[in-house]
Design a protein around this ligand. Structure first.
Ligand code: PLP
Length: 367
């Protein structure tokens, strides 16, 4: 079966020899967790220099054989995205701002010297896998189908230059609530020895390499009993940037909010961008400006700062309860989720799940 995706890319559907039996699937979907369960299918599209994107398939999910000299295994030319599909109460399936993911994917591609994928092909690829795996939505509260589009250099070559062949793949992973029992507030560790991104580096690109570099500080945070690590800027080691995979917001007693400005070292989160709009809809002042670790500590202690939260697609909005570093620790507000954190989270989730109006046109219904 072949369906038209856009003027250039056609998807071929490969037969699936053995999808997971319904009973096994239902059992797994009762407690999906995050990132450990996968659906039956995957989308693959190949890129060849001089020919462009070709051989788009929707087929059975399975291992991909790679030559040991495949470029990505050596020089990490790889980017990814993360977005969720939701099943609304009326049975329709919806995506949240998928075009923003497609645009960011191409921005990441440009930074990593990779070819751009037409936005329509990105969205059609998602449409194809969601349609094929529509029985993989977990019937649990807060459940969604997490989609992971990614691209890597597939050329077999050890020379150092941008590769000439790439693979774009989309897999789907049924997800429950990111934090089991919806962790009320997390404890974060300030990394003073390691940074995540430097000016001129790849901090604004969603690439696997950034995550690889964040694992030592992340492990350090966890070994000290914390949930997440927060990074400071690489130039002055003074300004708060973000967590390993989530952006940060600071809420003040006067009701205003601050989030660090995008300037090449911070990942431009779609959740971040949406929350800025939702907060402004509420009449709140949101400033995108630098905020230092010292100021954060002083403001938390004086009561000028009342809440801090982290945000991203996987965990949506998560309150930060305590902050610890080499120079001591401090508590934010009461140490639990604050009022505005909870309100903004509920607003966003209601739009994503179709239980509130969508004034910004963020929800894309799939047929
Ligand atoms: C993906 C990501 C985020 C969050 O982005 P969303 O679009 O909101 O999911 C924040 N920081 C980093 C480093 C990320 O990789």
């Amino acid at each position: 079966m072949t369906t038209s995706a856009d003027s250039r890319i056609e998807f071929t559907r490969l037969p699936h020899p053995g999808p997971v039996p319904g009973a096994t699937r239902a059992e797994a979907l009762a407690d999906p967790g995050f990132g450990k369960l996968f659906s039956d299918h995957m989308v693959m599209i190949d890129y060849t220099e001089g020919r462009g994107w070709h051989d788009a398939t929707l087929g059975p999910r399975g291992p991909i054989a790679l030559d040991p000299a495949t470029a990505v295994l050596h020089y990490a030319q790889e980017i990814f995205e993360g977005l969720k599909a939701y099943r609304h109460d009326d049975g329709t399936i919806a995506l949240f701002r998928p075009r923003a993911n497609a645009e960011r994917f191409n921005a990441s591609a440009r930074r990593l010297a990779m070819p751009e994928l037409p936005e329509d092909a990105f969205i059609e690829a998602i449409r194809q896998i969601v349609a094929a795996d529509r029985d993989w939505f977990p019937p649990v509260a807060g459940g969604s189908l997490y989609l992971r589009p990614f691209m890597f250099a597939s050329e077999v070559f050890l020379g150092v230059r941008p590769a000439r062949n790439y693979k774009f793949i989309v897999i789907a992973s049924p997800a429950g609530n990111y934090f089991k029992s919806g962790a009320p507030a997390v404890s974060i560790w300030v990394s003073e020895d390691y940074t995540r991104a430097a000016p001129g580096g790849t901090g604004a690109a969603k690439c696997g390499g950034n995550y690889a570099a964040s694992l030592v500080p992340m492990a350090e945070a966890m070994a000290r009993g914390h949930d997440q690590v927060v990074f400071l800027d690489a130039a002055e080691r003074k300004w708060i940037e973000e967590l390993g995979g989530m952006n940060l917001f600071f809420v003040f007693a006067d009701g205003s909010m601050v989030t660090p400005p995008l300037g090449g070292t911070i990942l431009p989160g779609i959740t971040r961008d949406s929350l800025i709009d939702l907060a402004r809809d509420e009449g709140l002042t949101v400033r995108e400006e630098r905020y230092s670790l010292d100021q954060w500590r002083d403001d938390a202690q004086s009561g000028r700062l009342v809440e801090t939260f982290a945000c991203g697609t996987a965990a949506v909005v998560t309150a930060v309860g305590t902050v610890a570093g080499a120079h001591g620790s401090f508590t934010i507000g009461s140490g639990g989720p604050g009022q505005l954190t909870t309100k903004l989270r509920d607003r966003l989730v209601a739009i994503q799940r179709g239980s509130a109006p969508d004034p910004h046109g963020w929800v894309m219904k799939l047929d």
